[in-house]
Write a protein that binds this ligand. Structure first.
Ligand code: SAM
Length: 246
């Protein structure tokens, strides 16, 4: 998978993508992250890419000429997504969809953002990573790159591990425990040490349900509420849940 990123600070992208799981994926040829400087096609002494907004107001706006030129010089893989607080909120379904592609590209804004013609005529869509404002799109781009690239077959050590992670089945993930069995008086649930794999699976499902009911009832609602099997497994482990839906 090839991912091209356009930024005023391309080194933020290349540095992050050169270590850990992304770095390993790049070295093994599964991933190719290319970061491009938005100033690359400027010709003036100051390598200007921004200007004050028409109509007045605070801050500077990225101009269309240098941004279009930087993208057109590279002809990056499409779709090209703008990072913007006004974009669609990025989620695991988007990550899954991007992971199916051979490549895609990301354009990082800065300052007050980008001239609207960049959003409307150069980009194919826009993603936000949440309802807050960052100073630039680079961290948002890295979130998207990491979320999508780890779902590309072979990138994660164990391909199966993506299957039961949070959101993959519409639920938050169950809690994990490791050694020691007793830590400062807090013991690992007996079921996990019972050797009864069927019961472990049911306990984990019940935990995932209970955690999602408590923390993200919206996810339970989007999967159509609690089914008969869900209620059965919650009852088996004596877990409380709203009888009249979430
Ligand atoms: N004036 C803009 C607004 O109110 O929507 C905010 C601009 S922000 C300071 C500068 C850049 O950071 C944006 O152009 C965008 O690329 C990036 N950015 C900020 N918050 C973001 C978010 N939640 N998701 C994705 N990108 C974001």
């Amino acid at each position: 998978m090839r991912i091209d990123v356009f930024s005023v600070f391309p080194e933020l992208i290349t540095d992050f993508a050169s270590v850990s799981i992304l770095g390993k994926a790049q070295r093994s040829g599964l991933l190719d992250v290319r970061a491009h400087d938005l100033r690359s096609e400027t010709s003036d002494r100051h390598r200007t890419i921004d200007a004050p907004p028409f109509g007045g107001g605070a801050g500077m706006v990225l101009m269309p000429e240098p941004v279009f030129a930087a993208v057109e010089a590279v002809q990056p893989p499409r779709p090209l997504f703008l990072l913007s607080p006004s974009g669609k909120t990025f989620n695991q379904d988007h990550a899954q969809a991007l992971a199916q592609l051979d490549g895609f590209s990301l354009l990082c804004g800065r300052y007050e953002g980008v001239d609207e013609r960049i959003a409307a005529e150069l980009c194919d869509g826009a993603f936000s990573i949440g309802d807050y404002v960052l100073s630039g799109g680079e961290v948002a781009a890295l979130v998207i790159i990491e979320a999508a690239a780890r779902l590309v077959p072979g990138v994660m050590g164990n391909d199966e591990s993506a299957g039961d992670e949070s959101f993959a089945t519409g639920l938050l993930e169950y809690p994990h425990f490791t050694r020691p069995a007793d830590f400062r008086g807090s013991a690992v649930p007996d079921v996990l040490r019972s050797g009864d794999h069927g019961r472990v699976d049911r306990w984990r499902h019940a935990q995932a349900l209970a955690r999602t009911i408590e923390r993200r009832p919206d996810l339970i609602r989007s999967r159509g509420g609690l089914g008969t099997e869900d209620r059965k497994v919650l009852d088996e482990f004596g877990m409380d849940y709203p009888r009249d839906g979430c």
